[in-house]
Design a protein around this ligand. Structure first.
Ligand code: FES
Ligand code: FES
Length: 183
């Protein structure tokens, strides 16, 4: 005999697009994003809140999507790493059209060897987005605190800190050039 499964209709906005799906009440947000919304760039690691691979931005705040039921995200706005470029444009941060149109945070990881296998990277860049949204000149301690919930098994972290420092400088320079609001 199987336990009765209760379902709910969940509507979230993911990178600007509305997603509505009928899902079991116990479905985690990470599984909703990957299986129902097609966001396979949201990575699933430990599923117990320890690795940070599943981090997404929910209503402006980085959250571990394995720590929320999808029903708890109903009505909320979610950004995955794929949404960083469009978000930059929305915030008045001009992206350099050098073929890849990467957000300065993504570019920071690329330029400073902040990734190897890349499994942890979406989580790291979104935690970094949360940090740099509130603090445009983070100290190394600020950076350590912001990514303390993210685990990387490849890079050894020094290059990740370098990547975030690079991104902070780059974002400040772009904002100074374009006069974008520093909010
Ligand atoms: S998969 Fe969510 S913290 Fe590891
Ligand atoms: S780059 Fe491989 S886990 Fe971080």
């Amino acid at each position: 005999m199987t336990a009765e499964q209760y379902t709910s209709t969940v509507t979230v906005t993911v990178n600007g697009d509305e997603e509505t799906h009928e899902v079991p009440d116990r479905k985690l947000l990470v599984h909703f994003l990957r299986e129902d919304a097609g966001c396979t760039g949201v990575h699933q690691g430990c599923v117990v809140g320890k690795c940070g691979a599943c981090t997404v931005v929910v209503d402006g705040t980085p959250m571990k999507s394995c720590m929320m039921y999808s029903a708890q995200a109903n009505g909320k706005e979610i950004m995955t790493a794929r949404g960083l470029g469009p978000k930059a444009e929305e915030e008045g941060v001009a992206l350099e059209d050098d073929g890849d149109m990467l957000h300065p945070i993504q570019k920071g990881f690329k330029e400073n060897h902040g990734l190897q296998c890349g499994y942890c990277t979406p989580g790291f860049v979104l935690s970094t987005y949360g940090l740099l949204s509130e603090n445009d000149s983070p100290s190394e301690a600020d950076i350590d605190a912001a990514v303390s919930g993210n685990i990387c098994r490849c890079t050894g972290y020094n290059s990740i800190v370098d990547s975030i420092e690079w991104a902070a400088e780059e974002l400040k320079a772009i904002r100074a050039d374009t006069g974008a609001a520093d909010d």
